[in-house]
Design a protein around this ligand. Sequence first.
Ligand code: G
Ligand code: G
Ligand code: MN
Ligand code: NA
Length: 253
Amino acid sequence: LELRADLQRAIFGNELVLHYQPTVELETGKIVGFEALVRWQHPVRGLLSPAAFVPMAEETGLVVQLNTWVLFQACRFAAALQGDWRRPSMAVNISAQQLVRSDFVEQVDRALTESGLPADRLTLEITESVVLHDLEDVIPRLSHLRSRGVRVAVDDFGTGYSSLAYLTELPIDVLKVDKSFIDRVASDAQGASVTEAIIAMSHTMNLSTVAEGVEVAEQAAWLRQVRCPIGQGYYWSRPVDEDGVHDLLARPT
Ligand code: G
Ligand code: G
Ligand code: MN
Ligand code: NA
């Protein structure tokens, strides 16, 4: 309860911060983008992870304001990175409560216009459960944004209840394969074959694939071998602050 009033203040104050985790082209090791991950620099409790406050933000509806702040902030930071030769893209997490709002497309447009970030440098990450919610409203909104160049990713892919059939109907560009699959690829033949099938399916559907939660070289090597294009995980970098992003981009690749 105390946290709830605090969070409202934090969103409008200066207590939220973004960390950024790179996504990396597996073939070359080149950074291609970042995912924005929110933290709360609480005056008393210290740096809080999203697990400590995002569920509460979802329950109270504050997640709309929270994620809108994240969207604008991440676009501004990404726009400032566009001078780098890699032109890194920025991925932000979008919640169901944002997607079902009639002003969602307008918010994304405003974030792009105000920041100057090219639309094709922004990726919206949506979980399967979110997408399945209100397909009738959500599909035209996502299609509209995609027609301007914004990319749409299904986050935590493989953990939802979805049938594979619905994937062909969704206006999406990227599958982010959940860490639980990546955990198994180097150790467990059955786990590996499922993941390989997901990656093959992505190729067939002209989707890009991001392997999440890559922690060790064996996983990266296996993913390269099955032609997964992109990876993300502690193996390359933990989420880092803005200075950390500049340090990563300054490193020779
Ligand atoms: O780094 P990590 O502990 O940062 O993130 C934990 C979880 O919190 C992830 O599942 C991620 O999707 C979620 N998360 C991170 N940033 C945001 C955000 O800005 N908005 C929402 N709704 N969830 C986020
Ligand atoms: O949005 P999403 O649910 O995918 O958020 C990614 C979450 O996974 C964040 O909490 C992030 O800090 C975490 N994460 C990213 N890479 C790794 C990794 O290699 N190992 C582990 N254990 N967690 C990771
Ligand atoms: Mn995500
Ligand atoms: Na994920």
